[in-house]
Every structure is written in structure tokens, then in C-alpha cells.
Design a protein around this ligand. Structure first.
Ligand code: HEC
Ligand code: HEC
Ligand code: HEC
Ligand code: HEC
Ligand code: HEC
Length: 296
């Protein structure tokens, strides 16, 4: 297997942090985590009061504030055609991931499919969270951002968004003390919350396998529903894959587990008013999510 080593420009924060008054360390999210994605951590436009969430003005230095929640991931027109994902607006690099392949696995895991690459377009840390093809406003479409691997070019394109709202720099969810994690890691600057666990990186060996099919045998529950390219546990029997139903995606290699098998990035209502934690489709309480697929 070939492992592509990503070269990422290391930004320095020296100037940025010098004259800002920082709040103390917080561990809980200020987002309500209910009702709409605008109230979740996937609201990357967090100063927009209509969408809820904390003020987050510190972020303006490190990502464009597009003042729209959806636009960081979707666009109504001119979506990125390089990935089979709904009206996808984000840069998706061509990357070879290091896969989970323990001896015990009954198969060779395959490279993440589109229903994982969407998530990894932020969570592998290679791409700035505001790197999108079609920025809000007339004439802001730029095809070069679809899979542009060059960070200086990307930065120039992102900088061109607006003369007043430019980020000082464009940061990604990176797993070392640069970019977003320069503040969002233990001991990070400003006492910001620790996001280390969210920085998945390009090495997936320590993550639940994706790109794996459901093996046969008594160790597994078999999903009953099929709809287009999705096979799902049809718990309410309506023959449609609902957000609270775990699923497998077929992107040409059979029905496989991907990130979106277990997570819905918009939030899923649970038994209480709040969304289930960590964007899960099924609660992790009592390991219910695991036992939906695994018979253990
Ligand atoms: C210069 C330090 C700094 C950098 C760099 C930084 N942040 Fe923050 N961030 C903070 C601080 C401090 C807070 C807490 C205060 C607040 O909410 O504004 C915060 C809060 C947040 C929150 C709200 C968390 C919650 O659930 O309440 C999000 C989301 C966030 N940051 C995302 C990001 C992303 C994404 C990046 C990289 C593009 C980033 N931050 C880079 C300092 C930083
Ligand atoms: C953080 C990224 C992100 C944001 C922000 C986001 N989405 Fe999505 N959305 C996704 C991903 C990823 C998928 C594909 C999920 C899958 O693989 O099944 C998706 C799928 C969808 C779909 C089709 C499938 C479904 O789940 O219904 C719709 C409709 C949708 N999003 C609407 C929205 C709207 C409207 C907003 C803003 C209010 C929004 N999304 C914000 C990431 C996002
Ligand atoms: C536009 C960039 C972006 C995309 C695309 C994206 N995320 Fe995130 N996600 C973030 C950032 C940034 C955070 C860090 C936390 C925050 O912003 O407060 C986060 C946080 C999370 C968390 C932790 C939430 C919590 O409350 O603990 C989970 C789980 C998560 N994302 C899963 C996913 C999955 C699964 C997908 C794809 C279906 C996805 N994300 C797509 C940017 C993204
Ligand atoms: C088989 C189900 C499953 C798959 C597939 C899966 N996750 Fe998760 N993920 C979970 C569960 C369960 C949690 C909650 C763990 C916890 O509460 O500590 C979680 C937590 C997370 C978190 C928050 C980290 C933390 O410890 O708080 C992020 C970010 C995340 N997942 C992203 C992803 C991404 C990106 C992918 C695809 C590469 C993915 N997940 C694939 C089940 C899954
Ligand atoms: C959507 C279905 C699904 C869910 C939900 C799920 N898994 Fe899996 N899991 C799989 C599949 C498929 C494999 C690949 C099995 C194989 O090929 O041997 C796998 C593999 C694993 C492996 C690796 C086994 C090995 O031989 O190395 C472990 C451990 C595991 N899962 C634990 C969990 C845990 C813990 C949870 C809950 C947090 C969970 N799984 C949720 C489908 C799922």
C-alpha cells in the first residue's frame, strides 16, 4: 500500500494571539445541540445568532465567516463533481489513507468511499474548514478549489472571498499543535476546548474500520431495508433510510460501513430534547449502536 505524505504549510500564531483576552478552559460545548445543525458543533459560522451557538469571534482570524451554516458543506449550484455526495461544496483531495487492517478482520478494508470522504474533507486535517468551491455571493465560484492540493493557491483563493471578512489564516482540524489545534488541544492557547479526538488524520488504523462489508455468519445482524445504494436497519418499517437508522453504503464495491453509517452530521434527536451526542444515529448508551450490527 502506498501512503501519501501530505505536505501542509505550518502557520504560526505568534501575532494572532498576542493581544486577545482569553476565557478560561471550558470542556462543555456552548451549543444547545438540539433542533437544528445551527445549534451543533457543525455550525462553523458560529457568530450568526440566528443559528445559535457561541459568539466564537476568535475564529474569524482562522476561517472565513460565510454567515451561513450549510455552505461549509453544501451549495445549491455548481457543486463539486469529483465526489458522489449531495450538492457537495468542499474541497476533496485525492488521498490514500492508512487503513484498519488487523489480522482478525475477515476482509481487507478498502479505501474510504464518498460517505466517509465528506467527513474526512475536514476531519483528516488536510484541508482548511472554509475551503469550498462556491462561496456565498455572486462571482465567488472557483473550480480550482474542488480538489486543489496546493495550500498557498488555496489560501489565495480563499482570501479573495471578501476584502472585509478575510480570515487572517485558513486553518484545518489538524492533529498536532498547529492550525485549529494550536488552541483546541490540552495546554493549547486561550484555554479553548480540546478537539484532539476530532482530528482523525489520514491514518485510520485506530478508528472503527470503514470500507468494510458486513461479513456473513451468526456474529452479525442483517439489515432488512434497501433503498437505492443504501442498505439499512429499517426499525420503523417504512422502507426508507431514516436518520436514526444505521446503514451501509454501496459506492461500487458492495454495501460498506462508512462514517455516515453511524453518524448523521446534522444531528439526530434522541429520547430527550437534545440530539444524541457526537452526531450518532443510535445512542451509544449500553452499546446499543454496536449491538445493532454486532451480535456479541
Ligand atoms: C487562537 C485560538 C483559536 C484557534 C486558532 C481556533 N479557536 Fe476555536 N475557539 C477558541 C476559543 C478561546 C474558544 C472558546 C470561546 C468561544 O467560544 O469563542 C473557541 C471555540 C470554538 C468553538 C465553539 C465550541 C463549542 O462547542 O462551544 C468552535 C466550534 C471552534 N472554536 C472551532 C474552531 C475551528 C474549526 C478552528 C480552526 C479553523 C478553531 N476553532 C481555531 C480559540 C481558537
Ligand atoms: C459539516 C458538514 C455539513 C453541514 C454544515 C451540512 N451538511 Fe448536509 N450533509 C452533509 C453530509 C456529509 C451529507 C451526506 C451524508 C451521507 O453520507 O449520507 C449531507 C447530506 C445532506 C442531505 C441529503 C441526505 C440527508 O441526510 O437528508 C441534505 C438534504 C442536507 N445534507 C441538507 C443540509 C442543509 C439544509 C444544511 C444546512 C442547514 C446542511 N445540510 C448542512 C454534511 C453537512
Ligand atoms: C466543514 C468541516 C466538517 C465536515 C465536513 C465534518 N465535520 Fe465533524 N466537525 C468539524 C469540526 C471543526 C469539529 C470540531 C468541533 C467543533 O467545531 O466544535 C467537528 C466535530 C465533530 C464531532 C464531535 C462532536 C461532539 O459534539 O463531540 C463529530 C462526531 C463529527 N464532527 C463527525 C463528523 C462526521 C461523521 C462527518 C461526516 C458525516 C463530519 N463530522 C463532517 C468539522 C466538520
Ligand atoms: C461503527 C460506527 C462508527 C463509524 C463507522 C464511525 N464512527 Fe465516529 N464515533 C462512533 C461512536 C460510537 C462515537 C462516540 C465515541 C465516544 O462517545 O467516545 C464516535 C465518535 C466520533 C468522533 C468524536 C470523537 C470523540 O471521541 O469524542 C468523531 C470526530 C468521529 N466519531 C468521526 C468519525 C469519522 C470521521 C468517521 C469515518 C472515518 C467515523 N467517525 C466513523 C461510531 C462510529
Ligand atoms: C454499521 C454496522 C456496525 C456498527 C454500528 C459497528 N460495527 Fe464494528 N464492525 C462492523 C463491520 C462490518 C466490521 C468488519 C468486520 C470484519 O470484517 O471482520 C466491524 C469491525 C469491528 C471491529 C474489528 C474486528 C477485528 O476483527 O479487528 C471491532 C473491534 C468492532 N467492529 C467494534 C465495534 C464497536 C465497539 C462498535 C460500537 C461503538 C461497533 N463495532 C459498531 C460493523 C459495525
Amino acid at each position: 500500500m502506498t501512503i501519501r505524505i501530505a505536505t501542509v504549510a505550518i502557520a504560526t500564531l505568534g501575532v494572532l494571539v498576542a493581544d486577545v483576552a482569553w476565557p478560561g478552559t471550558r470542556s462543555d460545548s456552548e451549543f444547545l445541540n438540539q433542533g437544528t445543525i445551527g445549534n451543533t458543533r457543525h455550525n462553523l459560522s458560529q457568530r450568526q445568532t440566528a443559528g445559535g451557538g457561541p459568539t466564537g469571534s476568535q475564529m474569524d482570524a482562522v476561517r472565513n465567516n460565510y454567515q451561513q451554516v450549510c455552505v461549509y458543506c453544501h451549495t445549491p449550484h455548481a457543486a463539486n463533481q469529483n465526489i458522489s455526495a449531495p450538492l457537495w461544496n468542499r474541497t476533496v483531495r485525492s488521498t490514500t489513507y492508512t487503513l484498519y487492517n488487523q489480522q482478525s478482520l475477515s476482509q481487507e478494508a478498502t479505501q474510504p468511499g464518498p460517505n466517509s470522504l465528506t467527513c474526512l474533507s475536514c476531519h483528516d486535517g488536510q484541508t482548511a474548514v472554509d475551503s469550498i468551491v462556491n462561496m456565498p455571493g455572486s462571482g465567488k465560484y472557483n473550480a480550482a478549489l474542488a480538489l486543489n492540493p496546493d495550500t498557498s493557491t488555496t489560501k489565495a483563493l480563499l482570501d479573495a472571498w471578501s476584502t472585509t471578512d478575510d480570515a487572517f489564516d485558513h486553518f484545518g482540524l489538524k492533529d498536532n499543535n498547529t492550525e485549529c489545534l494550536s488552541c483546541h488541544s490540552p495546554g493549547g492557547q486561550g484555554g479553548a476546548q480540546d478537539f484532539s479526538a476530532f482530528a482523525i488524520g489520514t491514518d485510520l488504523r485506530n478508528d472503527h474500520p470503514v470500507g468494510v462489508k458486513l461479513p456473513s455468519g451468526s456474529d452479525w445482524n442483517v439489515p432488512s431495508g434497501t433503498y437505492k445504494n443504501v442498505r439499512f436497519f429499517d426499525t420503523d418499517g417504512d422502507s426508507r433510510p431514516d436518520k436514526e437508522e444505521l446503514r451501509f453504503y454501496d459506492s461500487g464495491q458492495g454495501y460498506e460501513v462508512e462514517c455516515a453509517s453511524c453518524h448523521d452530521p446534522h444531528g439526530v434527536p434522541g429520547a430527550t430534547a437534545s440530539f444524541l451526542p457526537t452526531f450518532l444515529r443510535v445512542t451509544a448508551d449500553g452499546s446499543q449502536i454496536c449491538l445493532t450490527c454486532h451480535v456479541k
